[in-house]
Design a protein around this ligand. Structure first.
Ligand SMILES: [Ca+2]
Length: 337
């Protein structure tokens, strides 16, 4: 009986769910994404919208640094579908682009329904703000050390933000503004298990990655490549759990690779952590520093005064994280319930 009680208490602590009653004010979050390069960005944005629904977070904006107009259009489709059509979207007209990826954003934007009309609602003639301007505008109006930036693509915009100069929104430089307003970065980047591994988000904009890791004035909680690979979202869930509606995330998943396939959840973990840092589904490494060397290898150095920590959940916690993903992604958005 005693064991059963312990089990119950353990389950209670680890019952991570987007619907859990918020313990505090909604966490302000900005989502920085290379939407379109891999499907985990779309799954991460789903997690953020579901936590908006639950009152856990206040998603201030989405900033996209993939230089393809369909990436912003896909995010626009998602904000309509999840019930947040006025959510600000920022775009970066000075970014690098991986053109070799399978572009599910374009495919989903072009989908038609049985009447031959676009399958998903979107904004007519949308106007998007430049990403760095949007960050400066939003950050300057937020309380000090209050905003979590979930950054799950290249570091292009983050480096540009740190290097930005005073403007009409703030008399502070970008680095000063981030130091004052950002709580921490929840970031998917790098690899610390496999030697000489050049991680995608790091090498695609190498100079920006080096600048960001060297100069960030605020802490980072890092999801490395191996962790994302250890938690695979099951393609069977995509195939079986979403019959209740056409869904842009699901259509993106189906368009990205040949179904059925399981997919690592790199960016999804960074999004979940920002929504639930207090939950006992996560273990953090000791503090340290990260150096980007060569052509995109990330080196870790233990340092008790370091700015960075790596997420290192146990095998049991990884199962709980996957359970959270399946439960949350398959939940209907609040406005459809
Ligand atoms: Ca990404």
């Amino acid at each position: 009986m005693k064991h059963l009680i312990y089990l119950f208490v353990a389950l209670l602590f680890c019952a991570c769910s987007a619907e859990q009653t918020p313990k505090h004010e909604p966490q302000a979050i900005i989502f920085e994404t290379d939407m379109g390069n891999d499907i985990d960005d779309a799954m991460a944005l789903d997690i953020l919208f579901k936590n908006m629904d639950a009152g856990n977070i206040n998603l201030l904006a989405v900033s996209v640094h993939k230089n393809n107009p369909y990436s912003a259009e896909y995010i626009d489709i998602m904000r309509h579908w999840y019930g947040y059509p006025s959510l600000p979207i920022g775009v970066n007209s000075a970014c690098v682009t991986d053109m070799d990826c399978v572009d599910y954003c374009t495919k989903v934007a072009r989908l038609k329904n049985e009447q031959g009309e676009p399958m998903f609602k979107r904004t007519a003639n949308p106007q998007y703000e430049e990403a760095v301007d949007m960050y400066r505008r939003l950050l300057s109006s937020q309380p000090d050390h209050s905003v979590v930036i979930v950054t799950v693509g290249f570091s292009t915009t983050m480096a540009q933000l740190l290097q930005s100069q005073p403007d009409k929104y703030s008399s502070l430089t970008g680095e000063e503004l981030v130091a004052q307003k950002v709580k921490y970065f929840s970031i998917m980047a790098g690899e610390f298990v496999q030697e000489d591994f050049r991680e995608y988000n790091v090498w695609n904009d190498l100079e920006a990655s080096k600048y960001f890791f060297d100069n960030s004035p605020r802490p980072m909680v890092i999801v490395p490549w191996t962790l994302g690979d250890q938690i695979q979202y099951p393609g069977s869930s995509i195939a079986n759990d979403f019959a209740w509606s056409d869904n842009p995330m699901v259509e993106g998943y189906k368009a990205y690779l040949e179904m059925p396939y399981d997919r690592p959840t790199w960016d999804v973990i960074s999004a979940m952590y920002a929504c639930h840092p207090d939950f006992e589904c996560f273990t953090l490494s000791d503090k340290g520093e990260v150096k980007v060397v060569g052509e995109g290898v990330t080196e870790w150095r233990d340092d008790e005064n370091g700015r960075y920590q790596i997420l290192i959940p146990t095998e049991e916690q990884r199962k709980q994280i996957l359970g959270y993903f399946i439960k949350t992604l398959t939940t209907k958005p609040k406005h459809m319930q």
